[in-house]
Design a protein around this ligand. Structure first.
Ligand code: LLP
Length: 421
C-alpha cells in the first residue's frame, strides 16, 4: 500500500514502520497517544533546501511553531539551521536546545516590550517587524537599552497563496505585515528612528502552498520594492522569502523545496539581486511528513447513521481536522485480512467537533493501533490540555533507535501551579 508523505514511514509486510521501528512496538513500549518522528525524514527535507542554496550566503530559519520539541530544534541546529520564532517562549526553547540566538529571526504581529528586551539581550539576528506602531516601540525599547535592533519589515505583497483562508497571510485583508504601498514610507521612517538598523526585507504569504506562482509574484513585488528602497539610500542586506511550502497529505503535488528555491533564486539572479543574503523560514515542509500520531482503537460503535471508531487520541492532541477541516491520512499500524469498513475516527473529548477523520476505510478491532500520517507539523505544537488530558509523549526514531524526547504529561503536571482557595 502506497502512503502519502515520507518514504521513511512505510509498511514492511503488514506492519507500519518509522525507519526501522515498528509502530506497534513503539506503542507498546511508550503508550498511546504517541507522536513518532523520523529524524532521517526531517534531515532529508532539510537537505532539499540545502542543495538549492549551496554556494550562496543563506540561512534556513526553521519556523519552530510547526514543531518545537527541543530534540527537533537540536537536530536542525546541528544541521546548521537558524530559527524563526514568534514568542519569547520560542526563544527560550531555541536557547535550551543549545542553538545560537544570533541565527534567530523574530516574527509576529504582537511582540511585547518584554519580548523585545529578551530578544535584544539574546542578540537575535533580526526582528521581522509587522507594523509602523511596532517599529516605534522597538526603537524606543532598543534605545532605552542602549542596544541596536536589526530590523526587516514584513511586507504584505497582496498575493493570493491559494491556500485555506485561515492559513493565508499575504492578502490585503490579513492582519500580517505592512501593506506594499506603505512599505517605502515605513522604511524611510525606520531608517530615521534611533536604536534601529535596517538590514532586510521579508514576506510570508501563507502556509500549505502547493504552487510556485504565488511565490514568484510575491518575490517580484518584493524586488520592485527593494529597488525603490535602495534608491532612497537605505541598504538592504538580506531577502527573507518566508516559509509556507506545502506537503502531501493526500494527493497534493507541491513543488519540491529544491525546485521552488532554485526557481526563486534564478529570478533573484535574473533581476540582479544575486549578491544578497537569502533567508528562508520553512516550518511544515521540514517536519510535517516526518511524523505520525499513533493511537489505540478503544471502541467500535457502528450505527444506522454513522460508524464511529473511537480512539484514544483527540482534538486536544491534533486540532487540525477540527480547526481547518484538514484531511490527514489515517491507517492501521497492522494490516488485517478482514474487509475494511467506513468509519468516522473520533476521540474521547466531549465535543462533536472532536474528530480526526471522517469516512475512512479501515479494518480495525479494539486494541489495534492506528496512525495519523503527516502529523509532524502543527500537531503536537498545537496540542492543549482540554478535558484535562495530558499531552502525548513524543519519540524520535533514528534507524532502529527510538528515543523518548518528551514525557507524557500526568494530571498532576496539569494542575501544578493551581491553588485551592
Ligand atoms: N514564517 C512566518 C512568519 C509564519 O507565520 C509561518 C507560519 C511560517 C514562517 C512557517 O510556515 P510553514 O512553512 O510552516 O507553512 N497551524 C496551521 C499553519 C499556520 C502557519 C502559521 N505561520 C496549520 O496547521 O495548517
Amino acid at each position: 500500500m502506497m502512503l502519502p508523505g515520507s518514504p521513511h514511514i512505510a509498511y514492511r509486510g503488514r506492519q507500519l514502520f518509522v525507519e526501522d521501528c515498528a509502530l506497534d512496538d513503539l506503542a507498546a513500549r511508550f503508550g498511546t497517544p504517541l507522536y513518532v518522528y523520523s529524524r532521517a525524514a526531517m534531515l532529508a527535507a532539510l537537505a532539499g533546501y540545502q542543495r538549492a542554496l549551496e554556494g550562496r550566503e543563506a540561512l534556513i530559519c526553521y519556523a519552530l511553531k510547526a514543531n518545537s520539541n527541543l530534540a527537533v530544534l537540536q537536530t536542525f541546529a546541528r544541521a546548521g539551521c537558524g530559527f524563526d520564532i514568534v514568542s519569547g517562549g520560542e526563544l527560550e526553547r531555541v536557547i535550551a536546545a543549545g542553538a545560537d540566538p544570533a541565527k534567530v529571526v523574530f516574527s509576529g504581529v504582537g511582540k511585547t516590550r518584554a519580548e523585545m528586551r529578551q530578544a535584544l539581550a539574546a542578540g537575535v539576528m533580526c526582528f521581522n517587524v509587522e507594523s509602523v506602531a511596532e517599529l516605534e516601540v522597538l526603537s524606543a525599547v532598543a534605545a532605552a537599552e542602549g542596544a541596536t535592533a536589526r530590523v526587516s519589515l514584513r511586507v504584505n505583497p497582496d498575493v493570493d497563496a491559494r491556500t485555506h483562508p485561515y492559513i493565508s497571510t499575504g492578502l490585503k485583508g490579513n492582519k500580517f505585515g505592512i501593506a506594499h504601498d506603505e512599505a517605502l514610507a515605513a522604511y524611510r521612517h525606520a531608517a530615521s528612528l534611533p536604536g534601529l538598523a535596517v538590514t532586510g526585507i521579508d514576506f510570508h504569504i501563507g502556509s500549505q502552498i502547493t504552487a510556485v506562482e504565488p511565490y514568484r509574484d510575491a518575490l517580484d513585488r518584493m524586488l520592485d520594492l527593494v529597488e525603490s528602497i535602495e534608491a532612497q539610500g537605505i541598504e538592504l542586506h538580506h531577502l527573507d522569502l518566508g516559509g509556507g511550502l506545502g506537503i502531501c497529505y493526500t494527493d497534493e503535488q507541491p513543488p519540491s523545496a529544491e525546485a521552488l528555491v532554485r526557481d526563486l533564486l534564478a529570478r533573484i539572479d535574473e533581476r540582479g539581486h544575486g549578491q544578497r543574503r537569502i533567508v528562508l523560514e520553512p516550518g511544515r515542509s521540514l517536519v510535517g511528513n516526518a511524523g505520525a500520531l499513533v493511537s489505540e482503537v478503544l471502541y467500535l460503535k457502528p450505527s444506522a447513521a454513522r460508524n464511529f471508531c473511537i480512539v484514544d487520541a483527540a482534538m486536544n492532541d491534533l486540532v487540525r481536522p477540527a480547526m481547518y477541516e484538514a484531511w490527514m491520512a489515517i491507517v492501521a499500524t497492522t494490516l488485517r485480512d478482514s474487509p475494511a469498513r467506513n468509519w468516522d475516527v473520533v476521540g474521547p473529548v466531549c465535543e462533536s467537533g472532536d474528530w480526526l477523520g471522517r469516512d475512512r476505510q479501515l479494518a480495525v478491532e479494539p486494541g489495534d493501533f492506528v496512525a495519523v500520517l503527516s502529523a509532524g507539523a502543527y500537531a503536537m505544537s498545537m496540542a492543549s490540555n482540554y478535558n484535562t488530558r495530558g499531552r502525548a509523549a513524543e519519540v524520535m526514531v533514528s534507524g532502529s533507535e527510538a528515543r523518548l524526547i518528551r514525557e507524557r504529561e500526568r494530571a498532576s503536571d496539569l494542575f501544578r501551579g493551581e491553588h485551592l482557595l
